[in-house]
Each structure stands twice: as structure tokens, then as C-alpha cells.
Design a protein around this ligand. Structure first.
Ligand code: UDP
Length: 342
């Protein structure tokens, strides 16, 4: 069984990926200091998989502490690096926090990859590296533009750091650029846990549905789109998890094969905000309290992926629909409403 280190394993995408890795026979260890996550997610992973994942509660910016993990596990075959701060608005207010946390953790990890001769790395990147994309759908060849936020800039820089590192160390790596991950595991044992008030659409919708938030604002209805609201590419978080497993498998089974280093992970379909709200109402048989509001500064009009490269090269199957996203996200929110968070 191949051992994988997942950083940020208790986070939203990290935890769903761990479930998929375990289901595919990988042995997983995690590093997560719970700065943006909650230990209850480990219980959820255990409930789903029957496996206890050992998690190191350490800060990746602490090189010595991180080194201990590598000393304990000299047989790590691959690393999936999720751990990072990801709130666009916060990154604008606290740029140094983002540059420090997201980049020092990465360079520490690469230093240890070199020291302990780890072969494979999957890096959690984002479609925000494209900035205001110049063409739709966005392919991996679409030119990246100036980053719109310090968060996006840390992802652009993270990609460049890995690319340069791999020129002098024989690392196999893939940079996976996520579009809009949403939804939750169908068991409702794990899901998204936004700290503070959610900024993303789907958790805002689910919290409005439970009454935790009073009303959803749809930001802008005068965009040049089919119904005036913005277009995004929502992809089920379990499908994102599946792509990471597929990426690792491809790198391990075919290390010198003809695969690329950069892949878009999207469903490949653009959906409007209004469509998201209407689908949510339909599949969950309820009415959401929502209203139109002003445009949100910084929003791009439309962005969605061409995902063919990932589907073909990684042998990646997308198993979940837009409806599944909206159903599972709500089920998770209902479960969460009953949980006491520590
Ligand atoms: N959005 C919205 N109301 C909200 C949150 C988001 O209308 O309370 C819209 C937002 O303007 C964007 C889409 O939903 O068009 C997706 O926003 P999100 O923040 O989830 O993702 P991103 O902007 O990073 O693609």
C-alpha cells in the first residue's frame, strides 16, 4: 500500500480527498494544525471509511516540527499539498499573512521533499491564477493574467516555485487548478466548514436555507449573461478528490509518461448564480429567501473550464451532478446545525 502525506487533511477539499484515497487503497497521514479546520472532520473520515487517519497538529511554517513527520515516515511516496489560507477578501486585508503562510509552508515542504527524496507532489492551485481570463472555456493554455488578489498571487507564485524546484530536483508534480468546489460527501459526515460568515455562494445558500443567515444576496443581475447573473463552474468536491487520486496514480504508474503538469479541475459547464439558487430550491423542495443586490467588486462575469485534458490524461471520471452538489451541501448543513464545534 502506498503512503501519501496530505497537508491540510482536515480542510474541505483535503478531507474529501482523503476519503477517496482510502477508498482506493492508499495509506494516508495528515498534517493539519486546525487553524482553518476542525478536528471533528477526522471523526467524519473515520465514520465513512472505518479508518483512523493519523493527523499531526503542526504548523508547516515550522520546519523542524514538519521534519519530524518525515522522520517518522520515511516511506512517503507522494504528497498532496492543500494546506493554505484561501479567503480572497482576507488576503486583500492581510497580504503578508497570506504570503508568509502559503509560501513559507510550501518552501519548507519542498526542502523536506529534497532531503527525504520524495518523488511525487500534487499541488492545490486555483482557477484564480487565470485572473480575468481572456477566453472561455478556460484551457490550460489560456494565458494567466495579473492576479486579482494576494491569495491568487500566492497560487501563481506557488506554481512557479514548484516548476523551478523541479528543474533541479527530479520531482514528478501536478498543479491542479480548481474552479468552484462545492457540495459534500453524500453521508453528510464531512463537508465545508467556513470560518466566520461564508463568502462563497453555496455555503451562503445552505446557511440561508437553515435560517442561520437571513437572506441571500445575488450580487448583480445586469451582467451580459443569459439571466444577468455571473457564471461559474461548480464542481462536486468528491469529484475534485477523485482527480487527486487519479493524478497520484498516473504519476506513480507512469512516471515517465506523456502527461502534463497543469490540469483544470472543473465540471466543464458554466452555471449562473440564479440557476444555482433555483436548482437548490428544486432539489431540496424549499424556497430560499433571496434578493438581488449590487455587483460584488472584483467579480468576473463568467469563468468555466475546459476539463478534457484532466478527463483524458488522468482517466478521471466525474460522478456527481450539479443537483448532487446542491442536495449534499444542504444535507451537510442540516447535520452541521446539530453538531457542537470545538
Ligand atoms: N455570490 C452571490 N452571493 C453570495 C456569494 C456569491 O451572488 O452571497 C456570487 C458571486 O458574485 C459569484 C458566484 O456567486 O458570481 C460565486 O461566488 P463565490 O464567492 O462562491 O466564488 P468565486 O467568486 O470565487 O468564483
Amino acid at each position: 500500500m502506498s503512503k501519501v502525506l496530505v497537508t491540510g487533511g482536515c480542510g474541505y477539499i483535503g478531507s474529501h480527498t482523503i476519503v477517496d484515497l482510502i477508498n482506493n487503497g492508499f495509506e494516508v497521514i495528515s498534517i493539519d494544525n486546525f487553524s482553518r479546520s476542525n478536528p471533528l472532520i477526522l471523526d467524519g473520515i473515520k465514520a465513512i471509511t472505518g479508518k483512523v487517519v493519523s493527523n499531526y497538529n503542526i504548523d508547516l511554517c515550522d520546519l523542524e516540527a514538519t521534519k519530524k513527520v518525515f522522520e517518522d515516515h520515511t516511506d512517503i511516496e507522494g504528497i498532496i499539498h492543500f494546506a493554505a489560507y484561501k479567503m480572497v477578501g482576507e488576503s486583500v486585508e492581510k497580504p503578508l499573512l497570506y504570503y508568509h503562510n502559503n509560501l513559507v509552508s510550501l518552501t519548507n515542504l519542498l526542502q523536506l521533499i529534497e532531503e527525504f527524496r520524495v518523488q511525487n507532489l500534487v499541488f492545490s492551485s486555483s482557477c484564480s491564477v487565470y485572473g480575468n481570463a481572456t477566453e472561455l472555456p478556460v484551457t490550460e493554455n489560456t494565458l494567466t493574467q495579473k492576479a486579482e488578489s494576494p491569495y491568487a498571487h500566492t497560487k501563481q507564485m506557488g506554481e512557479a516555485i514548484i516548476e523551478n524546484f523541479a528543474k533541479c530536483y527530479p520531482l514528478k508534480y501536478m498543479l491542479l487548478r480548481y474552479f468552484n468546489p462545492a457540495g459534500a460527501h453524500e453521508s453528510a459526515q464531512i463537508g465545508e466548514l467556513p470560518i466566520d460568515r461564508p463568502q462563497n455562494l453555496v455555503p451562503y445558500i445552505t446557511k440561508t436555507a437553515t435560517g442561520e443567515l437571513e437572506q441571500l444576496s445575488i450580487f448583480g443581475n445586469d451582467y451580459p449573461t443569459k439571466d444577468g447573473t455571473c457564471i461559474r463552474d461548480y464542481i462536486h468536491v468528491m469529484d475534485i478528490g477523485g482527480a487527486h487520486t487519479a493524478a497520484l496514480k498516473r504519476m506513480q504508474q507512469d512516471p515517465d509518461g506523456d502527461w502534463a503538469n497543469i490540469y483544470n479541475l472543473g465540471a466543464g459547464v458554466g452555471r449562473s448564480v440564479l440557476e444555482a439558487v433555483q436548482t437548490f430550491e428544486q432539489v431540496n423542495n424549499l424556497q430560499l429567501n433571496w434578493t438581488y443586490a449590487d455587483r460584488r467588486p472584483g467579480d468576473v462575469i463568467a469563468v468555466y473550464a475546459d476539463n478534457q485534458k484532466a478527463v483524458n490524461d488522468l482517466n478521471w471520471q466525474l460522478n456527481y451532478s450539479f443537483e448532487d452538489i446542491m442536495k449534499s451541501a444542504y444535507q451537510w448543513e442540516l447535520t452541521l446545525a446539530d453538531k457542537v464545534l470545538v
